[in-house]
Design a protein around this ligand. Structure first.
Ligand SMILES: C[S@@+](CC[C@H](N)C(=O)[O-])C[C@H]1O[C@@H](n2cnc3c(N)ncnc32)[C@H](O)[C@@H]1O
Length: 218
């Protein structure tokens, strides 16, 4: 998928000059590629390292991930938590969540990762936390709703990252076609026009929106 948006040679060069993939993450990626019909959804080496680096910089005590899949990105984000950090992750497909859970339990972060099954729209309101970092990576048609639901619970000065904001390049078409691409395009405009946040869209993989809740907003 990312070969459409990122020059394959540049991708390979960047991977060759970045820290090698952690063996557990390699195992998750390999198993997902071999056994999962939607293997392209896994974050992968470079994006995973980026998430880890952001988490290491922020040292977030409370992380929310919306869209666990097979657990790759959750483990990348968990790597930057302090000792008392907790990551909550939500997945609606029980078989994916069970697989992710098995990987969490093989990692150093197992006891600090809370995995929740169900529809994120229903699970999020039950999590009474003040989030330091939120990773949006579930159903694209609900990104605006997740943004609105989570922003009040985000610590002032806290961070949100949204994946797939280039949606395989489909948001670049004129007119934008398809339900998901239209939803992502609407989300991108929603964030751009939201005075409560500042943001930068990064052209990593399928596009990542890095958002900061302005700290002057309580
Ligand atoms: C792109 S994948 C997540 C990839 C994962 N974050 C990673 O980087 O490896 C999106 C996941 O969100 C899940 N999902 C979609 N809609 C959801 C919802 N409403 N509630 C919870 N999970 C949902 C899907 O089942 C899928 O596993």
């Amino acid at each position: 998928m990312h070969s459409d948006l990122v020059l394959p040679l540049a991708q390979a060069y960047a991977e060759a000059h970045s820290t090698p993939e952690d063996p557990l993450l390699s195992a998750i990626a390999a198993h997902t590629r071999e056994h999962h019909a939607h293997a392209h959804m896994v974050s992968g080496h470079l994006q995973g390292l980026f998430l880890t680096m952001v988490s290491r910089m922020l040292r977030p005590r409370r992380i929310l991930e919306v869209g666990t899949f097979t657990g790759y990105s959750a483990l990348c984000l968990a790597a930057g938590m302090p000792e008392d950090g907790i990551l909550h992750t939500i997945e609606c497909r029980p078989e994916d969540l069970a697989l992710a859970r098995s990987y969490f339990d093989q990692s150093p972060y197992g006891s600090r990762i809370r995995s929740h099954g169900g529809d994120a729209m229903e699970v999020i309101p039950g999590l009474q936390e003040c989030w330091d970092l939120v990773f949006l990576d579930a159903d694209k048609v609900n990104y605006i709703r997740y943004h609105e639901m989570v922003l009040p619970l985000l610590r002032p000065g806290g961070w949100m990252i949204a994946d797939n904001v280039l949606f395989h390049g489909q948001v670049l078409e004129d007119p934008v076609k398809g339900r998901n691409a239209k939803a992502i395009d609407a989300y991108n405009r929603h964030v751009r026009d939201d005075a409560r946040v500042e943001q930068v869209m990064l052209t990593i993989r399928d596009g990542l929106m890095l958002i900061r809740k302005k700290s002057e907003l309580a």
